[in-house]
Design a protein around this ligand. Structure first.
Ligand code: PCA
Length: 207
């Protein structure tokens, strides 16, 4: 079975993005899954098309998007993506939409199709703090999650799809904000990915 994992370029004037550093450190195989990695631009209008192309060419069983949520103190598996773009800061194209829909004709929201509760439990079992999050925000991460769930739903692709936000890494967090040691972050995300690999394997009947 195959899993596509995406992460984001640095944004907001920051030099690093924890999600990209974690992605780079993940192994090429996690449990039964062959891993394909893709970094996407932190830009509303350019984030989803590289991932959509990769979904069509790689035909993954699951897509797990990673993004950085500076200020959070745990790995958070997102439950839902909403049909809004509301940018507190400009994206990497200097685009800062306010109160705009991602898709004027699209549904209000899409739920993650990943096994989010099992993923959180797996991260916690790896001794890394984790919880379900009920908001992926209204910036580019939410936009990517919404766009890929719409893409897979509209094409009726049997691809599980969802999003994990990661905290700042140790040494990266501005003064006073929480962070995770790099090794913990990588181990936690790998555990979440492995938990997501189980239902795919059962459904497709392949290892
Ligand atoms: N985090 C931002 C966009 C890119 C990233 O890593 C977000 O939470 O929307």
């Amino acid at each position: 079975m195959k899993i596509l994992i995406t992460a984001f370029e640095p944004f907001g004037g920051e030099a690093r993005n924890a999600s990209a550093e974690i992605l780079e450190a993940l192994p090429g195989r996690i449990g039964p899954a062959e891993i394909r990695k893709l970094i996407v631009p932190t830009a509303f209008e350019r984030c989803s098309s590289p991932a959509e192309r990769e979904i069509l060419s790689f035909s993954p069983d699951a897509v797990i998007c990673l993004g950085q949520a500076g200020g959070r103190d745990a790995i958070t598996v997102e439950r839902v993506a909403i049909n809004v773009m509301d940018a507190r800061i400009p994206d990497n194209d200097a685009f800062a939409p306010i109160d705009r829909p991602i898709d004027p004709d699209g549904p209000a929201a899409y739920f993650s199709t990943l096994p989010i509760r099992a993923m959180v439990a797996a991260v916690q079992a790896a001794s890394v703090p984790a919880r379900i999050s009920d908001s992926a925000g209204t910036f580019v991460c939410n936009c990517l999650m919404y766009s890929l769930l719409r893409f897979t739903a509209e094409r009726m692709l049997s691809v599980l799809c969802g999003f994990i936000h990661v905290p700042y890494l140790s040494g990266q967090a501005p003064e006073g904000l929480p962070s995770l040691p790099f090794e913990d972050a990588v181990r936690g995300v790998a555990a979440a990915v492995e938990a997501a690999a189980v239902p795919c394997r059962t459904e497709s009947g392949t290892a």
